[in-house]
Design a protein around this ligand. Structure first.
Ligand SMILES: Nc1ncnc2c1ncn2[C@@H]1O[C@H](COP(=O)(O)OP(=O)(O)OP(=O)(O)O)[C@@H](O)[C@H]1O
Ligand SMILES: [Mg+2]
Length: 288
């Protein structure tokens, strides 16, 4: 099971959109995927069209990650009804806000890792949609993750926020979880005809080199339409949705390479590839 956090320290740049797009690509590819809605706004829960049957949510899991609670907080997305892969959701809740404190204890930070250990055998991929801050919830997500994808727009303040996020990932890796690494930066809402965006894309590549992932995602209303209808973009009609589905497929290829998932057989990885991910929950746990 490979765990990826989708993060940014800036709001509204496309974390949930990227989570839903990657979930759609994983679903289309037949992976067993769990999406964790760690954002109290719970947008990804809406986009996946899933509701926990007995009302349990991520907030109950963070209070007490017992196996029965973890399983009760997981619901099947309506996406899964038409075969292909499995998409499940650890249901989000506004009540998760009470866990987003600035100074969490070590025990609190490892709660999601403990919860995911319960379902280690059930999924190939876990995608965590994070809130836009570096408080307890994001740190809880990172402690449970193998990699972090940082989402940014090609604008001045967003580039600075991406830099802060990568530094924060580095800090958490050094202080808390040695297995944590950045997957890279996903650039969203790129307008290729905008000179400002071209400049910022160049700036990102100068600053972060191969950590800037390809392709950059353009702005497309088909994404908003698929989200509004709570459908995977891979099922949405039209050439624009097809283009976005292909973009998310390519980003998923990169994730599968990082996680050595399935029978992935693409061109050999480039120099930006990392060491293989070690398997087994709780392996990165440190109580220091
Ligand atoms: N590439 C895109 N093309 C078109 N619309 C987009 C794109 N990316 C994001 N959006 C839209 O922009 C809005 C904000 O995106 P999203 O909710 O994914 O951001 P977020 O980072 O999750 O926000 P928050 O920080 O509030 O959780 C949404 O309405 C979404 O549909
Ligand atoms: Mg969001």
């Amino acid at each position: 099971m490979f765990v990826l956090s989708i993060s940014s320290l800036k709001g509204g740049v496309g974390k949930t959109t990227v989570t839903l797009g990657l979930a759609s690509a994983a679903w289309a590819r037949g992976l067993r995927t769990l999406v964790v809605d760690l954002d109290p706004q719970s947008d990804v829960s809406t986009g996946l069209d899933a509701r926990a049957q007995d009302g349990a949510t991520i907030s109950d899991v963070l209070r007490s990650p017992k196996p029965s609670t973890v399983r009760a907080a997981i619901a099947r997305s309506a996406w899964g009804e038409g075969s292909r892969g499995v998409i499940d959701l650890m249901v989000g809740s506004p009540a998760a806000l009470s866990f987003d404190t600035p100074n969490p204890s070590i025990r609190e930070i490892w709660r999601l890792e403990e919860a995911l250990a319960v379902v280690e055998e059930d999924y190939d991929l876990v995608l965590i949609d994070c809130p836009p801050s570096l408080n307890a919830l994001t740190r809880t997500a990172w402690a449970a993750s193998d990699r972090v994808a940082v989402v940014t727009e090609p604008g001045l303040f967003s580039v600075a926020a991406a830099d802060r996020a990568l530094r924060a990932v580095d800090e958490i890796r050094r202080e808390l979880s040695p297995r944590l690494q950045p997957l890279g930066i996903i650039v969203n809402r790129a307008k290729h005809q905008s000179l400002e965006h071209q400049f910022r894309l160049g700036e990102l590549r100068d600053m972060f080199g191969p950590l800037v992932l390809s392709p950059a995602l353009p702005e497309r209303t088909s994404l908003q339409q698929a989200q509004g209808a709570a459908k995977p973009v891979h099922l949405w009609p039209g050439s624009s949705a097809e283009e976005m589905a292909a973009n998310f497929d390519k980003l998923l290829d990169r994730i599968m390479r990082a996680g050595r998932l399935g029978t992935y057989a693409e061109a050999p990885a480039t120099g930006d590839d990392e060491a293989p991910v070690t398997r087994g929950r709780q392996r990165g746990r440190s109580n220091t």
